[in-house]
Every structure is written in C-alpha cells, then in structure tokens.
Design a protein around this ligand. Structure first.
Ligand code: NAD
Length: 496
C-alpha cells in the first residue's frame, strides 16, 4: 500500500506528500488499511488520504519508542540533542514555502499572514528549547550539615502527545521542543483534519538526523489512536491540547495507568475595556484577539466587556475597523488575512451560534454570513448587546464571532469576566497601571494581557486555570512538565 502520493496544491506547488504512519523513521501503512481523507476547507476537495493508526499501530509505535529511549536516547549527548533541535529549525526555515503551502491548503490558514507566522513560531520553539537541553540539570538541597539531597531532573521516558487542528505545526512544536530537550522520546497523534504538514515534517526529522523512534508521528482517530495513547501502559506521560470535553476523557483514560497528564483545553476568554483606555489600540487588539486564525484560538478574547461611558464609541469603532480591514478569501493571496474555518462541522456549528445570538436578542453589528458558495468561509462577526444568559456569551464558539457587552463598575466587570467554567486567557485595557495590576490579580485565568490580547511568547508560560487545563507549556515551566524529580539522598557523615 502506498505511503506517499504526489500532490499539486492550489498555488501550483507540486510535491510528494507522505501519507503513512511515521514510526521508526519510516512511513508505514496502517495495519488495518484504514484511511482518513484530508479536505481543503477552501475548496471542499480531498487533498490526500492518510493512514489512520489502529490500536495495533500504537503498540508498534510504543515498541519503537521504548527501544529508542532505552538503547539510544537515554544516554544521548545533551549537546547532540541541542544540535538536532537547531537542525530541525534550520529545515523548517529552508522548507518554509512548502510547509506554509501545505498548511494553507490543509488548515485554511492564509499562507503569508498566518501560516508563515506559525513557521516562525516553530523555529523559535526549537531554538529556545535547544538552548535548554544542557540546562535541565538538578539542584542540591541540604537536609542537615552532614546530609544532602541531590535532586536530578529525569525524563519521563515515552511521552504521548495529542494535538488539535488549529495550529498543526505550532502546537506540535510547543510539545516537541520541551519534551525532546528534557530527554524524552515522543509519539505525536495528529488531528484528523490536519495531518499533512506534520507528516511532511517526518521527512525533516530523518534529514535532521534524529535516531529512529525518538519522534514517531501518527495520524488517526481520537477515539481509537488518541485513546490508545492515553491508556497505553508503555506510555509514561500524556500531553493533550484540544477541547475540555476530550481533555476530561483523556485524563480519565490516563488514570488507568496513573500517567502524568498535562492538558491545554478550551476557553471563553474575557477582555475588559475601561473608559480611560486608548480606544484605538483596544479596538485593534480586540479585533486581533478574536479574529486572528478565524477565531480558532483557544485563548481568543471572545467576550469583550466595555465600560458604559465608552460603549457606543467602542462598538462603532470596532465595526468600522472590521469593515475597513475585511479581507476574507483566497488563502494564497497575500492581501487576504481571513480564510475558511476548518471543516463543515465547525462551519455549521459556528453559523448555528450566529442564529442563536440573533434568536436570543443580541444585535448583529457586523458579518454573520458565509460569503462564498464554496468553502467554509465565515465573515468576521460582531454581536453587541450580548447578555450573560445567551449561549454565544457562555459557550466556546471557536470561530470568528465576538460578543460585546457593557458594564459600569470594576466589580461588575470582574465578576462577569470570571463567571465562566474556563480560565485560559483574559485582557484589560486601561491607562491606569494600578488598576491593571489590581484587576490582573483578581482574574481567574492562566494569562492576563495588559493592553494587548492573544500574544504569546515562547519564553512565557501559557496554561489554563479551572476547566481550561492542567500545567503550563512554553518557557522554563513548559520544560518542567517533561521531567521527573528524583531525590538522591547523600549521607556525608551521619552515623546510626
Ligand atoms: P478535540 O478535543 O476534538 O481534538 C483534539 C485532539 O484530541 C485531536 O487530535 C483528536 O483526534 C483527539 N481526540 C479526540 N477524542 C479523543 C479521545 N477520546 N481520546 C484521545 N484523543 C482524542 O479538539 P479540536 O476540535 O481538535 O480542537 C479545538 C479545541 O481545542 C477547542 O476547544 C480549543 O479551545 C482547544 N485548544 C486549546 C488550546 C490550548 O492551548 N489550551 C490550543 C488549541 C486548541
């Protein structure tokens, strides 16, 4: 059975697309012949069919990973690990054109304004964690004057990593960088909708010189391959990014073998705009905070609370800015910044929320329509006069739909911002830094942006409070997820 196919993308680029399971540095067919069709959300056409991992295939991946960890990786030179991550970053830079072309077709990201930014993100992650590979060493703590503890940071071993479709390459890089730098081997399960770019990366992993089995990459169904990773006794840790609902089932499955679990889940993040804010900046960041990547960001600031004295002004300015910057269309056209949403399922779900907003009495201030016959394009959509009981205010839409609502006091804004089961992101706009810092401390969220929204840095931890997740990714804290702390007690002179 073929494990690669020639593909010509809509921008004319022709290349050989790997379609097999990437195990032990080889592309192999799935054991039961199951395939998943990857669809271009702009054209609704199949780009390629890839092999879907069965339970038996996950067993194969685990055998390969365990062997690689035991025989090669556990004692691999840390300088060598660092060099491999830098090499992978070099290859991402070299293959930017092909990677962004695949990503634009497979995920619907505009090639220049979005997909290229994801490559920058991957390169930064790999280089940043390449720098950590030789700095993960332990600490020493004195128990008494004649006894000390030598605390070693050891890798977990085999890490299962399950990623979503909204940032197929970037989410993989968030997981590969720290796990590899900390000395683990990994099995990454790709999202059903977007397997193509990461399967192509399998070729780069071989070219970079990673030993077989250190990074295994599989496409597959969540309930089969994802669940097999979460339950497998040969996998020591599972790191998941996706919806809160799936996160719960991954955690429950991983409990069977008491695996270490980190979860990055959903959100319904608030942004609070006080009346002393720079409105022009608040409007631009507010737009970016929800519309970037067609609103398919876990930490999108999808609920904007605006102080009543500037409410009308803000709503008008946001609608005007959205109208002026409207650029929905061809993902290969550099002047377009807004592509389709990922799938028919998401398209229908998002338009269902738009209907619900209208039915429940919110004002549709802009957008709300599917502008083209073909493709899953949805206009940037603004609802004003949204109230706390409305579905569009409460539930994660995961699309380009923002809810605007007015508040009068700081206490009210805080209460309503925190009145959600999620706790991923949050933003405050105000010229009063004392207020910004005070409100930041009261917001129940893993991230607070003061006078910006939805900008992450590879150096700064990112993670959810409440039902948005467990643990942090990025920065030094991200590395911490991937090590076990072993205490070695050293008796210098204490006698019994
Ligand atoms: P999803 O939960 O449906 O799928 C995520 C991944 O989990 C996919 O690879 C899927 O195949 C797999 N999966 C599905 N069922 C599984 C199961 N029973 N066991 C194991 N794995 C399973 O999410 P999605 O629709 O792909 O992504 C959108 C969601 O992801 C949104 O809720 C969004 O907020 C969240 N997200 C969160 C972050 C974050 O960092 N917090 C980042 C991106 C996306």
């Amino acid at each position: 059975m073929a494990t690669s196919v020639p593909v010509t993308l809509p921008n004319g680029l022709t290349y050989e697309q790997p379609t097999g399971l990437f195990i032990n540095n080889e592309f192999i067919p799935s054991s039961d012949g199951e395939l998943i069709a990857s669809i271009n959300p702009s054209t609704e056409e199949v780009i390629a069919e890839v092999h879907a991992a069965s339970i038996e295939d996950i067993d194969k991946a685990v055998i390969s990973s365990r062997k690689a960890f035991k025989e090669v990786w556990k004692n691999y030179s840390i300088d060598g690990i660092s060099r491999l991550l830098h090499k992978l970053a070099d290859l991402f830079e070299r293959d930017r054109e092909i990677l962004t072309s695949i990503e634009a077709a497979d995920s619907g990201k505009p090639q220049i304004s979005n997909a290229s930014g994801d490559i920058d993100e991957c390169v930064l992650q790999f280089r940043y964690y390449a720098g950590w590979a030789d700095k993960r060493g332990g600490t020493v703590a004195e128990a008494t004057s004649d006894k000390l503890g030598y605390i070693v940071h050891e890798p977990h071993g085999v890490c299962g990593q399950i990623i979503p479709w909204n940032y197929p390459l970037a989410m993989a890089s968030w997981k590969i960088g720290p796990a590899i730098a900390a000395g683990n081997v990994i099995i990454i399960k790709l999202a059903e909708n977007t397997p193509l770019s990461m399967l192509y990366v399998g070729k780069l992993i071989v070219e970079a010189g990673f030993p077989p089995g250190v990074i295994n990459i599989v496409a597959g169904h969540g309930k089969i391959a994802g669940n097999a990773i979460a339950t497998h006794p040969g996998i020591d840790k599972v790191a998941f990014t996706g919806s809160t609902l799936t996160g719960k089932s991954v955690m429950a499955a991983a409990a069977q073998t008491l695996k270490n679990v980190t979860l990055e889940c959903g959100g319904k993040s608030p942004m609070i705009v006080f009346d002393d804010a720079d409105i022009d900046q608040a409007v631009k960041w507010g737009h970016w905070g929800i519309m970037y990547n067609m609103g398919q960001n876990c930490s999108s600031t999808s609920r904007i609370l605006i102080q009543d004295t500037i409410y009308d002004k803000f709503v008008d300015a946001l609608v005007k800015y959205t109208k002026e910057t409207y650029s929905v269309g061809d993902v290969y056209d550099a002047t377009k910044h807004h592509g389709p949403v990922i799938s028919k399922v998401q398209f229908d779900k998002i338009l269902g929320y738009v209907e619900s907003g209208k039915e429940q009495g919110a004002t549709l201030a802009f957008g709300g329509k599917a502008p083209y016959e073909k493709g899953y394009f949805i206009e940037p959509t603004i609802f004003s006069d949204v109230t706390d009981e409305m579905k569009i205010w409460k539930e994660e839409i995961f699309g380009p739909v923002v809810c605007l609502s007015k508040f009068s006091t700081e206490e009210e804004a805080l209460y309503r911002a925190n009145d959600t089961t999620y706790g991923l992101g949050s933003a405050i706009f105000s010229a009063d830094i004392s207020r910004c810092l005070r409100v930041s401390r009261e917001l129940d969220a893993g991230t607070v942006w003061i006078n910006s929204s939805n900008d992450t840095s590879h150096r700064i931890p990112f993670g959810g409070f409440k039902m948005s997740g467990i643990g942090s990714e990025l920065g030094q804290y991200g590395l911490d997820n991937y090590t076990l702390k072993k205490a070695i007690h050293v008796n210098i002179g204490s006698k019994l």
